[in-house]
Ligand binder design. Structure first.
Ligand code: MF3
Ligand code: CO
Ligand code: CO
Length: 233
């Protein structure tokens, strides 16, 4: 449901709409499927979904005065609660049908391929760090800044569960990957420096240098024999 909602919401993006318009539509899409927007009221979050434009990294709140325009990139992060379960998935899209500038194309292509590399690096019996290494190596191949302050996470019963899934290799290997785990893998990568700051609204995260940022997120189930991505369409 979260994957379906993500795709339907991204198809509704039009140049000229506000991020508040898209948030409203996001709420309608999720509820029309019988779900509840997981982010609404989560730690006081005021939106149905997260909408982050250009230099906004994650957790952008829909606003009446924030217009989506041709040439923008829009990160759409969707959470759906249904029958006691939670889905969480995100992608970044380019607005308009002009060809993408080369640097934006590189940002989107490598953020998505970093996600895929992280997913592909996971095996039952391995470690969470394998995922981090997969993401980091691909992000570096694309010469992108890796945001360190926000990480992937366990998910499924609640929106955020242990363990953390960092997008770069730390000293600890993290827990072993065992059958039944569900992890959100979600690189947040910047065209410029990795440095970010929190806006005064207490939610929106932005790049310090004003360069654009992208975010792709899938949920990964570890099984007996391998892995399964739960949020493909
Ligand atoms: N969806 C985000 C994540 O991927 C969390 C959003 S929390 C909210 O983990 F409160 F901002 F909605
Ligand atoms: Co998310
Ligand atoms: Co997440």
């Amino acid at each position: 449901m979260a994957a379906e909602a993500r795709e339907r919401i991204c198809k509704l993006i039009r140049s000229g709409m506000t991020t508040a318009d898209l948030d409203e539509l996001g709420g309608e899409v999720i509820r029309s499927m019988g779900g509840v927007p997981s982010f609404l009221n989560y730690r006081g979050y005021p939106g149905n979904i997260c909408i982050s434009l250009n230099d906004e990294v994650v957790h952008g709140i829909g606003r009446r005065d924030r217009f989506i325009l041709k040439g923008d990139i829009v990160s759409v992060d969707v959470g759906v609660s249904f029958e006691g379960g939670v889905g969480d998935t995100a992608k970044t899209v380019y607005v308009g049908d002009d060809p993408m500038p080369a640097n934006i194309e590189r940002l989107l292509r490598f953020t998505e391929s970093a996600l895929e590399a992280g997913l592909a690096a996971a095996h039952p019996g391995g470690y969470v760090q394998d995922i981090s290494r997969g993401v980091e190596m691909e992000a570096k191949r694309g010469n992108l800044g890796i945001v360190e302050e926000y990480v992937g996470h366990g998910c499924g019963m609640k929106l955020h569960e242990p363990p953390d899934v960092p997008n770069y290799v730390q000293h600890r290997k993290g827990p072993r990957l065992v059958s039944g785990m569900v992890l959100c893998v979600e690189p947040m990568l910047n065209l410029g420096s990795r440095r970010v700051y929190m806006e005064s609204d207490g939610w929106t995260v932005r790049t310090r240098d004003g360069e654009p940022s992208a975010h792709f997120e899938h949920m990964l189930l570890i099984t007996e024999n391998g892995t399964e991505v739960l949020t493909r369409v």
